[in-house]
Design a protein around this ligand. Sequence first.
Ligand code: COA
Length: 316
Amino acid sequence: MGLRILGWGSALPEKVVTNHDLQKTLDTSDEWIVERSGIRERRIGDSTAALAIEAGRAALSKSNVDPASVDVMVLATTTPDQAVPACSAHVHHELGLGGGAFDLNAACSGFVYALVMANGLLETGANRVLVVGAETLSRITDWDDRNTAVLFGDGGGALMLEREAGEGQLLGWDLGLDASAREILQCDLGGFVQMDGREVFKRAVRVLVDSAKRTLAQAKVRSEDVKLLVPHQANIRIIQAACDRLGIPEENTAIVLHKTGNTSSASIPLALVDAIDAGRLEEGDLVLMTGFGAGMTWGSALLRWQSPPEAQGASA
Ligand code: COA
């Protein structure tokens, strides 16, 4: 048994904050932010639950799946709205989902972790799993700290998955953690994100490349056969360095960071949904997702793209 993607969705708050807006209150400039990160603007606002609900609703509607027939929802987030109950409880209620739901925190690798968890659930008996990544990093960002304020944003993305007989679309994966580096990127409860940017940068390139290579080797796929790389959207220079080392042309990557900033768990699904909606994927294309985040966690997943079955009718 494996997974089949039935539908997808994404959500961004309405409020746009440009680099020019930030330079009014911070000792920074549009030129510096664009050159060092590739980010031009980000979206700020809403709650994590609201973004998860919007993205999840879009994925359910696209796949024409009855929400009550969902067995499990996995919500990847580092910014739940409350400590208790889990953010997923609110989302479960508003979407009218059946089955269970839980939050998963693996920082910016969260969506890949959630996808791999979902695959395991489908292999062991679940029929439908909704996977969501949603964040409101703006709530844990110190808007007076130029080291972090220029990088982060809010958003959400979701995939509706169904069990499929056979191998399914997930061909390989790699999850990991080097907790000796847990202090280079952290946020206390009630506090703001603190980061050693240079150290994160250095390690990020290394773990992205190593994790991507392990995933490709596991699936016996060459990097030149990857049609689309969907990297965590943290910094364009990290992505360029990873592409270079993997031998994947930069034009074969899905990029949204110039308009979203780093949205942690939401960044990979936002970039994937953007690429799908732009018609960049054809039947059988290989899609490699790879991310890294606080912990330091990393995660990669290789998918074979399959168009979802046409309007299946709401299935019970
Ligand atoms: N605007 C203007 N200048 C800034 C600035 C800002 N927002 N932030 C830092 N600077 C300054 C620094 O103080 C430093 O000045 P100095 O040379 O006088 O000391 C200079 O710019 C260079 O700083 P440095 O930290 O070396 O820049 P960088 O090229 O490493 O870029 C980051 C900084 C944060 C963009 C980059 O390190 C990065 O993206 N790291 C990874 C972060 C990340 O991905 N986090 C999320 C992980 S999920």
